[in-house]
Design a protein. Structure first.
Length: 567
């Protein structure tokens, strides 16, 4: 304020002097005092002009004060940065050096063309797809990432009976003790479960893009595969694309089906799916699953809720795949009716009325809890050439699945499924329906459960599961043979299972792991497998039992998928 008063005084004095000079009058004290002094006349306009000049001077002073304060702040910041730069070191222990004009200056970096001590250069704005650091096997192409993944396996399996299905168990094919296969042990070494794949991740126009591929060597086996070269068949497991923008997501391709339980969400990436931790490549009795072509739309109303609706390939399945028991047709039906169904080897010749319709609602309130409700609805259709009649019947089922972490590393799993005409989803171990003497279909009831615990302790994962499939019986009267046929009828083959159950305990041990070089792991599994038929003849065993042992040594490729975020 003193400065303002002083400036105001100067302005008033200058104006007064100007007014005296304008009137030709000497100011008091002038040496020319002999002239007549004429009093100065100050008008209202002069006073208003003086006020304006004072206001302008005050505004200029305020601007100067702000500029001085900014300079002080910049100076303080620079001094603090210089002090910090004297102690900053690189990983090798040397002081941080910034090159300016060909000279390495400690802690100095250019800003706006001017070298300012201790201030690092400003980085360019990051692109939305740059949110993750690449791993050693990750390729960055523009704003996109290509990430290879996979592992190399050597698996050993030993069984107390000769199931004859390699490292993947055909559960209903366990032989009875009154057969030669039931008296012979079986063991097998294989690299078939070795897996290779890749994923492409990017962000395009606010849309998160994923293309996912996964393959192994568990395809159809050549007849001489074990004789000389052991040339395993390469096969496709998964191949799909996924697009997500905002609350909506769309997936299409060959994916884990929606009836397969998830560990999180409703997606089809293998790490999001629950298919047990077992070494057995056919997983576990009681698991409901498939990997088939289809599409699904997913709505995310919140970060914790996901709802999916989709279509997947349908099959008119009557048993016979992977050791599953087949139905028996009435003898009055022609062979053409048998060709209308898939018996495990029919492939594309069997008709499909339309794809199955599926839906799943998942809730993940925390990372420790996942619960979901899933359902499937389909239809089978048959034709009787003798009567020219068409028949159709709807089928479907529901599942309720949970995955809960009770405390750190300890998880409890529960999966339950019930339906009619859904035996195909039970690893094909039971048929979907039987065919009556008029060629009309009747669905077979089926139920499944898979429950267990998983416990992660440091580098070790321990697990134990119990799983069971149950298949109902459907008797069909054969008017020609005058007896019952179908599934589970009196006199039926012991391959027509009533129940298949399995008890399992195992471990996964990480021997070493490095983000640059991958990981070496060792797995072990023991399982007790039992299946019981609907009908037992005379003194035949009431069930077939096999004890199974699995060991697995795996080298896993390094790296992980990028975590991209839409800005």
């Amino acid at each position: 304020m003193k400065k303002l008063r002083f400036v105001s005084f100067l302005c008033v004095s200058a104006l007064a002097a100007h007014l005296f000079a304008a009137d030709g009058v000497d100011a008091p004290g002038n040496a020319n005092s002999g002239s007549t002094v004429k009093p100065a006349t100050i008008t209202a306009a002069d006073i208003e002009q003086l006020r304006k000049r004072i206001a302008e001077q005050e505004e200029q002073i305020k601007q100067l004060q702000k500029a001085v304060a900014a300079q002080h702040e910049l100076l303080d910041t620079t001094l603090r940065a210089v002090e910090a730069s004297t102690t900053a070191t690189t990983p090798s222990g040397n002081a941080r050096l910034v090159n300016i004009g060909g000279t390495a200056v400690p802690g100095v970096a250019p800003i706006g063309g001017v070298a300012v001590p201790g201030v690092a250069p400003t980085a360019r704005a990051a692109q939305p797809a740059m949110a993750a650091e690449p791993n050693p096997l990750q390729l960055k192409i523009g704003d996109s990432y290509l990430t290879p993944f996979g592992f190399m396996d050597l698996t050993y399996v030993g069984r107390t009976t000769n199931i004859g299905s390699g490292i993947g168990t055909n559960f209903n094919a366990a032989p009875y003790s009154n057969t030669a296969a039931g008296q012979l042990k079986d063991s097998y070494l294989a690299i078939q479960n070795s897996r290779i794949g890749a994923r492409f991740d990017s962000i395009f126009h606010d849309t998160k893009v994923l293309a996912y591929w996964e393959s192994d060597f568990l395809g159809n086996q050549p007849t001489n595969v074990l004789v000389t070269s052991n040339s395993q068949t390469f096969r496709l497991r998964l191949l799909f694309a996924d697009l997500r923008k905002g609350s909506w997501e769309l997936s299409a391709g060959q994916m884990w089906g929606l009836m397969t339980p998830n560990r999180v969400g409703v997606g089809s990436v293998t790490s999001d799916v629950f298919y047990t931790d077992t070494v057995d490549v056919n997983y576990h009795a009681g698991l409901v699953w498939d990997r088939v072509p289809g599409w699904r739309a997913i709505y995310h109303p919140t970060d914790t809720i996901a709802w999916a609706f989709g279509m997947e390939n349908q099959q008119q399945y009557v048993g016979g795949s992977s050791g599953g028991g087949s139905i028996v047709l009435p003898s009055n039906l022609s062979s053409s009716v048998a060709g209308e169904t898939n018996s495990g080897a029919t492939s594309f010749s069997a008709p499909g009325v339309r794809p199955d319709l599926l839906s799943k609602l998942a809730f993940d309130p925390t990372s420790a809890f996942h619960t979901e409700l899933a359902g499937v609805w389909g239809v089978e259709k048959t034709y009787n050439p003798a009567t020219s009649n068409n028949y159709s019947r709807a089928n479907g089922g529901v599942s309720f699945n949970n995955n809960l972490t009770l405390w750190k590393g300890f998880r409890v799993i529960e999966n339950a499924t019930y339906g009619q005409g859904i035996g195909r989803y039970f690893f094909g171990q039971g048929p979907d329906f039987v065919i009556n003497s008029d060629a009309s279909p009747t669905n077979i009831k089926a139920a499944a459960t898979l429950d267990g615990i998983e416990y992660t302790i440091g580098k070790t994962v321990l697990y134990a599961y119990y799983g069971s499939w149950f298949f109902g019986r459907e008797n069909v009267w054969d008017p020609t043979a005058k007896k019952f046929v179908g599934y589970g009828y009196t006199g039926s083959a012991n391959s027509q299972a009533r129940q298949i159950e399995e008890y399992t305990a195992g471990f996964q041990q990480t021997i070493w792991k490095d983000p640059r070089y991958g990981a070496l792991l060792f797995f072990g599994q023991y399982s007790y497998l039992r299946h019981a038929p609907w009908y037992i003849t005379g003194s035949a065993p009431s069930s077939a039992v096999s004890n199974m042992f699995f060991l697995n040594l795996r080298y896993q490729l390094p790296g992980s998928a990028p975590k991209l975020e839409v800005k």
